[in-house]
Write a protein that binds this ligand. Structure first.
Ligand SMILES: Nc1ncnc2c1ncn2[C@@H]1O[C@H](COP(=O)(O)OP(=O)(O)OP(=O)(O)O)[C@@H](O)[C@H]1O
Ligand SMILES: [Mg+2]
Length: 375
């Protein structure tokens, strides 16, 4: 009964918050729908390093209580006024696969999916929670599984009696940790979403050709290839922007904090110092770009379709010089992602958001989904 009343009296323009717990920081974005448009109300970020006794910019692996504490702190600091939330789950805690099945009815599909997915999931199926969607559109011979599992042998010929299904699984332990975080932080979260889906929601704008999203976070760089909005390939490169700070720290024999400062302030030191830093970090950056290029080549070889655009996101790409290096490394158009593209923000914030916005694509995508839920 009380639920019914709540729904009945729900304000039509309720605010929602997207919460992205990254490895180095937690980000929140509060949106509200007004006349069918998403309005930015507030946003904020808080480094997680200090909650683990580490530095700002360092990747963490915090227990649920600490994460909840950090979420409460950032919600307060950013003046978030709602508990109505969507929360992201790290890509590394999930398993996403695109599988191909015979075209059967929904009921049969429901029975077949867990049996088929069993082949790809390295733990008993009873230990994971699965979600799946039938990929709309033409049927072809595209078949892929992420995270390095090679299913070449399973490829079949184009067949209009086949259907592609995107299967997402998350370990139940991960889900219970996140439920605890949400409870401890006194939030009302109606969904958890693997960060890849949130990030792509805020960055894509109806591209018809394959696009690569390049998300350089602190602990890793995640690359996703999407065709007509559907994830066809995804991969985690095990180096991120933290690795660059570590290289500077070792190369210049300075503390992590000092190295982080140097990294974030490139462009303000002398040209000679800067040249020195770029030399030190080139190995890490070259590795990341060459891995991303391999992903593109593998995709193109397998699907015979060129990637037409690379969209950069994540705090790591805010470093001076990364955009230029990306342009030099990828044989295709490269753009900086603008997650705030789909929301209306006060004019005075526009320039700030272009720079700081890079870290918020996941939180924004979560808030956008939550707004859609309100109808
Ligand atoms: N202006 C800047 N210049 C250089 N590096 C920056 C800048 N701003 C943030 N970074 C770096 O970006 C990283 C954080 O990015 P982001 O917030 O996207 O990562 P995360 O979401 O916490 O991590 P992950 O996605 O790996 O879980 C840190 O390593 C930080 O040093
Ligand atoms: Mg991130």
């Amino acid at each position: 009964m009380s639920n019914f009343l709540q729904n009945f009296f729900k304000a039509p323009d309720e605010s929602v918050v997207g919460i992205d717990v990254g490895s180095s920081s937690v980000k929140v974005v509060q949106l509200r729908k007004k006349k069918g448009r998403a309005i930015l109300e507030t946003y904020g970020e808080l480094a997680l390093g200090p909650y683990a006794g580490f530095s700002v910019g360092q990747a963490t692996n915090l227990p649920a209580e600490k994460i909840a504490e950090a979420i409460k702190d950032v919600l307060r600091e950013a003046n978030v006024t709602t508990v109505s939330a969507g929360v992201s789950i790290p890509f590394k805690s999930s398993l996403v696969s695109l599988i191909e099945l015979p075209k059967v009815d929904q009921k049969q599909l429901q029975e077949m999916i867990p049996m088929e997915a069993r082949k790809y999931i390295p733990v008993p199926i009873s230990e994971v929670t699965m979600d799946w969607w039938v990929v709309p559109g033409e049927y072809d011979d595209e078949l892929d599984f992420v995270q390095g599992v090679d299913e070449d042998n399973n490829r079949t010929q184009p067949n209009d009696r086949k259907v592609q299904v995107l299967v997402v699984s998350i370990h139940n332990d991960v889900l219970s940790t996140y439920s605890k975080i949400v409870q401890d932080a006194s939030l009302s979260a109606s969904f958890f979403e693997i960060e890849m889906f949130s990030t792509t929601r805020s960055l894509l704008s109806g591209e018809v050709n394959p696009v690569l999203i390049f998300d350089m976070g602190a602990s890793s760089t995640k690359v996703y290839i999407l065709d007509r909005g559907v994830v066809k390939y995804s991969h985690i490169i095990n180096k991120g922007s933290q690795e660059i700070t570590v290289s500077i720290s070792k190369g210049l024999n300075v503390t992590f904090d000092r190295a982080e400062h140097i990294k974030r302030n490139l462009g303000t030191s002398s040209p000679q110092e800067e040249k020195n830093v770029y030399e030190i970090i080139s190995l890490t950056l070259d590795y990341i770009f060459s891995e991303a290029n391999t992903v593109i080549l593998n995709y193109q070889r397998r699907f015979n379709k060129p990637v037409s655009k690379v969209i950069l996101t994540g705090g790591g790409v805010a470093m001076k010089g990364v955009f230029e290096l990306a342009k030099a490394n990828f044989q295709t158009e490269v753009v900086m992602g603008d997650p705030f593209l789909k929301v209306e923000a006060p004019a005075f914030l526009e320039d700030v958001l272009k720079v700081t916005g890079l870290e918020f694509s996941t939180a924004l995508g979560l808030a956008l989904r939550k707004l859609q839920e309100l109808g």
